[in-house]
Write a protein that binds this ligand. Structure first.
Ligand code: SF4
Ligand code: SF4
Length: 256
């Protein structure tokens, strides 16, 4: 029997359809070669898979309703505790305790991390079973002293044309803004890759600065730079995600 060789576009469509059948609402592919060309100083896909050809990004959006609660920290009903005093002093005594804004985000973040990891894991298994090498990034833990990661998703998302870097140092996407959770599957299967967006997705990002102004730990400088130590010491409030006006998913937020 003669084996039919599928066109790359057909293979690409099949892989995407499989990922979507697993529940992926966010999907894109970056070329591993382009990754090396454009981001030579980042950890490379070939670190994980010899002769890596593609980086597949899969993910899910955060719930709009839970994201909106970030701007309504009083819903958490957390009462002032001793450990919150220092943060309270900096933020003004009328404000809710530090951390209240992410109260509902924690459980959802855990759940999304698990769901997205399962999509990545299953997609990698399928590729592996079909004879390709495929490495999925389990929930990536950053090196605590230096906040470095073994692999960075944002460059791949940019190259795949899934979004652009926002002032909040996250990739902002047309549909969900920065309110997404993703993982990557690195494979030696060559898939049709996306291209970076040509037009600025949200030109007002440079002047909006809503994320910078509302960051409770003052971690961002408004020039695409974030002090990751300040952010994580505070506990990553997610305020810079919830207030970003980019995305079709935005619900009206409280004026706070
Ligand atoms: S940088 Fe960190 S602390 Fe600041 S708004 Fe974003 S998640 Fe919150
Ligand atoms: S909140 Fe405004 S400045 Fe920040 S990333 Fe979104 S659009 Fe850009």
């Amino acid at each position: 029997m003669v084996e039919t060789i599928k066109a790359p576009s057909e293979v690409g469509a099949e892989v995407e359809a499989y990922a979507r059948s697993l529940g992926a609402e966010i999907y894109g592919v970056a070329s591993a070669e382009k990754y090396a060309e454009v981001f030579p100083r980042k950890p490379q896909p070939s670190r994980f898979v010899d002769d890596a050809k593609s980086v597949i990004i899969v993910g899910l959006p955060f719930s709009q309703e839970i994201m909106a609660t970030v701007a309504m920290p009083w819903l958490a009903e957390i009462h002032r505790k001793g450990s919150d005093e220092a943060a309270m002093d900096q933020r003004g005594s009328q404000r809710p305790p530090a951390g209240a804004e992410r109260y509902f985000m924690g459980p959802e973040n855990t759940m999304l991390t698990h769901e997205v990891s399962m999509i990545g894991y299953r997609l990698a298994r399928k590729l592996h079973n079909e004879g390709h090498r495929a490495f999925y990034l389990p929930d990536v833990v950053t090196e605590p002293r230096f906040k470095t990661a073994p692999f960075y998703f944002m460059p791949a998302m940019y190259l795949a044309g899934m979004g652009q870097l926002g002032m909040n140092c996250s990739i902002i996407t047309p549909k969900y803004g920065p309110r997404i959770r993703v993982t990557a599957v690195i494979t030696d299967l060559e898939l049709p890759a996306g291209e970076p967006m040509e037009e600025m997705l949200y030109p007002d990002c440079k002047t909006c600065l809503e994320c910078v102004k509302r960051c409770p730990s003052k971690a961002m400088d408004g020039r695409y730079w974030k002090n990751v130590f300040k952010c994580s010491n505070y506990g990553c409030s997610a305020t810079c995600l919830s207030v970003c006006p980019v995305g079709e998913d935005m619900l009206p937020l409280s004026a706070d």
